[in-house]
Design a protein around this ligand. Sequence first.
Ligand SMILES: [Zn+2]
Length: 462
Amino acid sequence: MAPPVSIDLLVRAEFVYPVDAAMRVIPDGEIAIKDGAILYCGPQMPAGHWQAGRTLGGSGYAALPGFVNCHSHTASVIFRSQTDDHVAKTALLDVAFRLEKDISEDEWGLCAMLGTAEMIRAGMTTINDIWYAPERLATLVEKTGLRAQLAYKVFDVKLEHLRDGDYTHYTAIGDRRLADGIAFAQQWNGRGDGRITTRIGTHATDTCSQALLQIARAEASRLGLGLHIHCAQSSAEVDEIRARHGCGPVTYLDRIGYLGDDAVLAHLVFASDDEFDLVAKANAPYAHASTIYPRRGRYPDLAKILQRGIRTGLATDWMLNDPFEAMRYALNGARMVAGSPQALSCDDALYLQTMGAACVLGLDDKIGSLEIGKRADLILVDITAPHVQPYYGSSAALVYYARASDVKTSIVDGRIIMEERIIPTLPSDLGVDAIRAITPRWRGQLQNYGSRAVAGPGCLCG
Ligand SMILES: [Zn+2]
């Protein structure tokens, strides 16, 4: 008999979902991990085949690739319940854009910790984030073991003036933010043993001038960094771009030479069929934030987008960072828009939240599926809870019935970053106490901006 194969970690599961080309489901499967990479993924080998440093999982668990969130704002948790109704004017422009300028780096750090804990506990193993104070999130990513692409939010308008229709572009603001964004990107690219990569985070087509977008594109290409932008997100953005340039936001990005296979486009809610064609032609990757669109009353035609072969992944955008909800919203949204239950399948949704999103980030050769040679980014989901039983094994059991709280263990690069829902690198309260202590200050500011915050203990507003 051959000697046992020495490995670092053996993960066993009642059902393994590798999200490979055949979308197999492997009953009684296992994943062997060595030096952070997948050495084997398949049916359980005979006893004595492996000599594992540690063995996890087993009966009662599903194993699948860690979820990839291809467009996020981890620290945006601050706006929960404040921008969900009346989204366009009163919530986003009056409340969110005005509050953002009042938040200190330390406060963004508290929000980033809360969001990071939420991401990990929901089974996200990779995020693609654009926000303020990205160093705070980068530090948490480095410490917790998460994988991330990170960008600083670059724009050249005064966001707090947009509520008055004031789109004045300030060259000095754009120059400074772009310089800061490039400095951050260069400082952090490759950190965390290569788990952290960076992008230039041009905020949106309307909040950056044409000159800023073109300089950012040139710098990203020169430095070999990707780009990240909100595109065709709102009717206000579309109106502004049409008034300025006489075309829609995607057409505009194409005309000015911004589009490319390294520029992640978030949303495309208001893009036309012709613009979907432009995205496909440029091989531009698309982040689909399924939980956000229904609350704004308009859902992009995901089936049409996928039919064009556009590289597409699911994303949470902001506030609600739950990949199970994202998959369910995508299924329901796509089926309602198409008027057909065939518009998207549970296998499609699982693919979009894992491999599809990895393709969007250009990481599909490293993560997104459980295949030999890839980095070992995977999660174990408890399948014994009443809300998922009886468990028959098809992907629908996970996609339609499992919950973020069922994710028990998370592994990135072969390292266990959460076990039995404990994240050993974060404080045991996951930063909640600090958030609760500062909530009265934020509540006061929110009320000053006309938000729906309810007066509570310690409210500073008046
Ligand atoms: Zn966003």
